[in-house]
Write a protein that binds this ligand. Structure first.
Ligand code: 6GU
Length: 233
């Protein structure tokens, strides 16, 4: 069972993880998702989690002391932890990374806010033999914090775990998994369902033909055309 732990100062922000596919997967016991409030680790009266940056500059930096205590707490007794530090300065998340994470035992998501987490946190856990540390971004834009990014990563990762999807066949043909080599990955072909004619728009004739060989060829060509279209935008 893959165990996901998320540490955040806004645990309520992560409530949607109980819903839909991920909620069902937790009920089935295929995954577990555990949300932790970073402020539970603070010892001062104000429950502060951040401070001004050394060297000056705008914004606040999240405390290594508080993060270290929280990560220690959530990883105690764990022999094999992937620590994901969410930051717009991280490596770009993609389907290949989701496939790797889906084989993990435990993934801890450090959801930072403000100007980020003291850089020593990643450095420290990289030195621990039971940890693999990943600094990850979900795209080239800046969010207010890592919570939504963590949800994106969990949703993409969990659905690759056997037993999470109702119909595992749906994994095979979808966007980004047509090729085993993700450098050659194509987006999905267009899908249609009844009615065959809607507001003057007809479903492509070939899909009504029952000729599975020709349908497969057409779909492949559509995937290539759409992928090409995205690349030339
Ligand atoms: Cl992981 N965090 C923040 N704050 N912004 C982001 C991001 C992460 N990925 C893209 N933008």
């Amino acid at each position: 069972m893959l165990r996901f732990d998320l540490i955040s100062i806004f645990p309520e922000y992560l409530a949607p993880l109980k819903l839909s596919l991920l909620g069902k997967a937790q009920e089935k016991g295929v995954i577990s998702i555990n949300v932790h409030d970073l402020r539970d680790q603070t010892t001062d009266a104000h429950h502060s989690v951040d401070d001004t940056p050394y060297g000056g500059g705008a914004g606040m930096v999240m405390s290594a002391v508080v993060w270290g205590d929280a990560i220690d707490q959530v990883s105690k007794n764990s022999s094999n932890v992937d620590l994901v530090i969410l930051t717009p300065a991280g490596k770009k998340f993609d389907q290949r990374m989701a496939e790797q994470f889906s084989k993990s035992q435990q993934i801890i998501f450090a959801c930072g806010r403000y100007e980020g987490i003291d850089a020593r946190v990643g450095k420290y856990y990289r030195q621990q033999k039971n940890f693999r540390v990943h600094e990850v971004s979900i795209g080239d834009y800046v969010l207010g914090g890592g919570e939504v990014a963590a949800m994106v990563i969990i949703e993409a990762t969990a659905r690759l775990i056997p037993g999470v999807l109702g119909n595992p066949e749906s994994l095979k043909e979808e966007s980004h998994s047509l090729a085993t080599d993700s450098s050659e990955s194509l987006v999905e072909y267009p899908n249609y369902t009844k009615p065959a004619s809607w507001r003057g728009l007809d479903v492509p004739e070939i899909l009504l033909s029952g000729n599975h060989g020709e349908i497969a060829k057409w779909r492949r060509a559509e995937s290539e055309r759409r992928t090409q279209e995205l690349e030339t935008e």
